[in-house]
Design a protein around this ligand. Structure first.
Ligand code: GLU
Length: 494
């Protein structure tokens, strides 16, 4: 049977980076097994629904190159793929459970439940609506048919799963093995809410079964729900799919789950692309290929030294053997490093295409050949696409300030005659010969070559950063070079 896996986000906000990793691992697992990758939108929680999030999910998956085989937009034989459009399916299935006695109606008011909770708390216990407490509660197991009919007519009811497990039982996770469940911890979970919508648990199980999902791959936070999900499968008489619960993505410090707040306080992205006022990886200049590769290694490794994986290599290598159980620490600097690897191995044409948006300002000043020259100079220097604007600035804008610390250091060491001499040299000689001329001048005037070159760099760039100085001058040409040096000389009195 071909593998069918699904990514099942709830449209309650932007896709968090953990969600993108879940989508990626599902996609890789599907493709590795020549199976199908399905997108299901779990939008049954009306209160938490955020309208723009489904569009965001689509945009993010598309940017990441995770092609969906079946989904709300793509269609498929197992639709609809939006849970809000599957109400009739849940209604039929809940009826099956009610008819078989595996589920029952519960009529308890919020006040009555609250009172139970308080009483339990006073006695040092936690209230559970379960096989022990349900007999004293208000539900269709205890009420007469007439009372039940009256409650149902009023519409104030939920439907609960009747769990009568007495012995410990086991559930299985492909990554974590067999887990023994203590039945006393299980409560009669709500399957249908009073608004007539299914709960996550019920809709999720019904849909995974009807969509013929073979392996459920999701975050570790759903592991505690696994016993309940198994019991729902049992109640229907269905066999459950396989389960893999992926390790958590941890805060950079290593403790606790990574949150949106961590990104805000730490100054790093936690969303793939922009959401409201928060930049995502895309806006920070991370390539989708690099993000994919970075996420691949958050909880998975090949068992060898290899860290850089092409998309095809990922698909071919991915499997559960490489998954880790423990949490994976998020490290933005590793993502930046990964991005740098991808930028550095791009061909000139690829690099030019990737930075195209930043080139308008250069096109106003330079011909295509010079722009190519500039790109060749900056490519080895950029780690993020967002570095490009900063790197090219020196080629289109004269510096308007000079690094004060460097200036202070140079001032006592730089002979007054140097800059005027240098300007003459540039005016009358070849830029390419300048370095050796400066070296000679330095020796003659007893001045360190480093000091002279730093002064020149400060004049042209404003700081000590940037590509090779002679390359820069060759692009700027004599006129601009001279204007910059002269401006520097006058404004700093050097
Ligand atoms: N809708 C759930 C979520 O947003 C899906 C959990 C699952 O994959 O079963 O995470």
């Amino acid at each position: 049977m071909p593998e069918r896996v699904r990514f099942a986000p709830s449209p309650t906000g932007p896709l968090h980076i953990g969600g993108v990793r879940t989508a990626l691992f599902n996609f890789l697992y599907a493709k590795n097994n020549k199976g199908q990758f399905i997108l299901r939108i779990e939008d049954t929680d009306q209160n938490r629904y955020v309208p723009a999030s489904e569009e965001y999910i689509y945009k993010a998956l598309n940017w990441m190159g995770l092609t969906i085989d079946e989904g709300p937009v793509e269609g498929g034989n197992f639709g609809p793929y939006r849970q809000s459009e599957r109400k009739a399916i849940y209604a039929k299935h809940i009826k099956d459970l009610l008819d078989s006695g595996a589920a029952y109606y519960a009529f308890d008011s919020q006040d009555a439940l609250q009172k139970e909770r308080e009483n339990a708390e006073k006695a040092g216990r936690v209230f559970q609506y379960d096989q022990h407490s349900r007999s004293r509660m208000s539900n269709s197991l205890n009420c007469s048919e007439k009372e039940t009919a009256a409650h149902l007519k009023s519409g104030n009811y939920v439907i609960r799963l009747k769990i009568d497990a007495h012995e410990p039982f086991v559930v299985k996770d492909l990554l974590r093995g067999v887990i023994t469940v203590d039945p006393s911890l299980l409560d009669d979970k709500i399957l249908m809410k009073s608004d007539g919508m299914p709960t996550y648990h019920f809709a999720n199980v019904v849909d995974d079964h009807l969509m013929e999902i073979t392996t459920v791959i999701r975050g570790e936070e759903w592991l505690p729900s696994l016993p309940l999900h198994n019991l729902i499968y049992q109640a229907f008489g269905w066999s459950p799919p396989e389960f893999i619960h992926l390790p958590l993505i941890l805060k950079p410090e290593g403790k606790g789950k990574l949150s949106k707040r961590d990104g805000i306080t730490g100054g790093f992205p936690v969303f793939p692309m922009q959401w409201e006022e928060l930049d995502g990886f895309k806006e920070r200049g991370v390539l989708p290929d690099a993000l994919r590769n970075y996420l691949l290694l958050l909880g998975w490794n090949s068992g060898g030294e290899q860290e850089i994986f092409s998309f095809d290599q990922m698909i071919n290598s991915f499997g559960i053997e490489g998954l880790q159980k423990g949490g994976a620490r998020f490290d933005f600097s590793k993502a930046v490093w990964m991005n740098e690897q991808y930028l550095q191995k791009m061909s000139h044409t690829e690099f030019r295409a990737a930075v195209n948006e930043s080139l308008d300002v250069l096109e106003e000043i330079y011909d295509a050949k010079t722009i190519d020259q500039i790109l060749n100079m900056i490519q080895p220097r950029v780690k993020l696409l967002s570095d490009v604007d900063k790197e090219i600035a020196l080629f289109h804008t004269d510096p308007n300030s000079y690094d004060a610390k460097t200036l202070d250091k140079l001032r006592p060491k730089l002979p007054k005659e140097f800059l005027p001499w240098c300007m003459d040299q540039i005016k009358n000689g070849q830029i390419d010969d300048l370095k050796s001329a400066i070296s000679e001048w330095g020796e003659k005037n007893n001045c360190n070559m480093g000091v002279l070159m730093q002064a020149l760099r400060l004049a042209l760039v404003g700081s000590l950063s940037g590509p090779d100085l002679i390359d820069i001058m060759n692009v700027l040409k004599k006129d601009v070079t001279l204007v910059r040096i002269d401006h520097f000389r006058i404004s700093t009195n050097l």
